[in-house]
Design a protein around this ligand. Structure first.
Ligand SMILES: Nc1nc2c(ncn2[C@@H]2O[C@H](COP(=O)(O)OP(=O)(O)OP(=O)(O)O)[C@@H](O)[C@H]2O)c(=O)[nH]1
Ligand SMILES: [Mg+2]
Ligand SMILES: [Zn+2]
Length: 217
């Protein structure tokens, strides 16, 4: 007899994700699952969102990393509640981990929770966390072929942020090709070209976040 372990793991994760989703809905809280490869700019994008919101919507951040508290300390320094999950080797967050994190947040006081998933373009796309929306970042120096190589991640999101556009003069990133492939994989996705360091597209990102992940209170 063959046991389909992966199917079982995903089914049990989906049921916990549904519980998280119900819980957030009850409190009128939106949750965004932000995914990208290591170093693409997840924490930087969250920081730009915190600055853009300036307290409205009321935010908290859940940081997923294999090790270290570097990212949650950076968010806390901005006076935003930040919880660090260290997966201890696991390369994605699960709905169970998010459920435990939600226990530590005052959901009634919040409008928006942003999750920084573990840096990885593969399995985070397979694990529903109970989020309201999914966003991924692809950065210029990673190359324009990533949508061909990691199609599931590009298919599963509502928005694709192309970060570090300030590096374009130093790279051979073909923006037209990238946009064409993403458009074929996921025609409904919003694509935003941005630079967290230079500021390009940051307003558009904040506008998308305010509209799509708008608090429903
Ligand atoms: N040139 C440039 N550098 C950027 C930009 N956004 C982020 N960086 C830099 O890229 C590096 C990684 O950024 P982070 O925001 O820490 O990326 P991350 O995806 O959170 O990284 P991990 O959590 O380690 O996976 C940092 O040195 C940032 O300053 C950008 O738009 N342009
Ligand atoms: Mg980070
Ligand atoms: Zn994984």
């Amino acid at each position: 007899m063959r046991i389909d372990v992966k199917k079982n793991i995903l089914a049990s994760n989906n049921s916990l994700a549904a519980t998280n989703r119900e819980r957030l809905e009850k409190h009128g809280v939106c949750m965004v699952n932000l995914m990208a490869s290591p170093g693409a700019g997840k924490t930087s994008v969250i920081m730009r969102a915190i600055e853009g919101a300036a307290g409205d919507p009321a935010m908290a951040v859940i940081e997923g990393d294999i090790a270290s508290e570097i990212d949650s300390l950076a968010i806390e320094a901005m006076d935003i509640p930040a919880l660090q999950i260290n997966t201890g080797g696991s390369c994605h967050l699960t709905a169970a981990m998010i459920g435990s994190a939600l226990d530590h947040l005052d959901l009634e006081a919040l409008d928006l929770v942003i999750i920084e998933n573990v840096g990885n373009l593969v399995c985070p796309a397979e694990f529903d966390l109970g989020e309201t929306s999914r966003v991924m970042i692809s950065s210029i120096a990673e190359g324009h072929d990533k949508p061909y190589k990691y199609p599931l991640m590009f298919r599963e999101v509502e928005a694709v942020l192309i970060n570090k556009v300030d590096l374009a003069p130093y790279c051979d990133f073909d923006m037209r090709q990238f946009r064409k492939v993403v458009g074929e994989l996921n025609p409904k996705a919003t694509i935003i070209e941005m630079s967290c360091t230079e500021g390009q597209g940051v307003e558009e990102w904040n506008h998308w976040l305010a509209g799509t992940a708008a608090p429903v209170k």
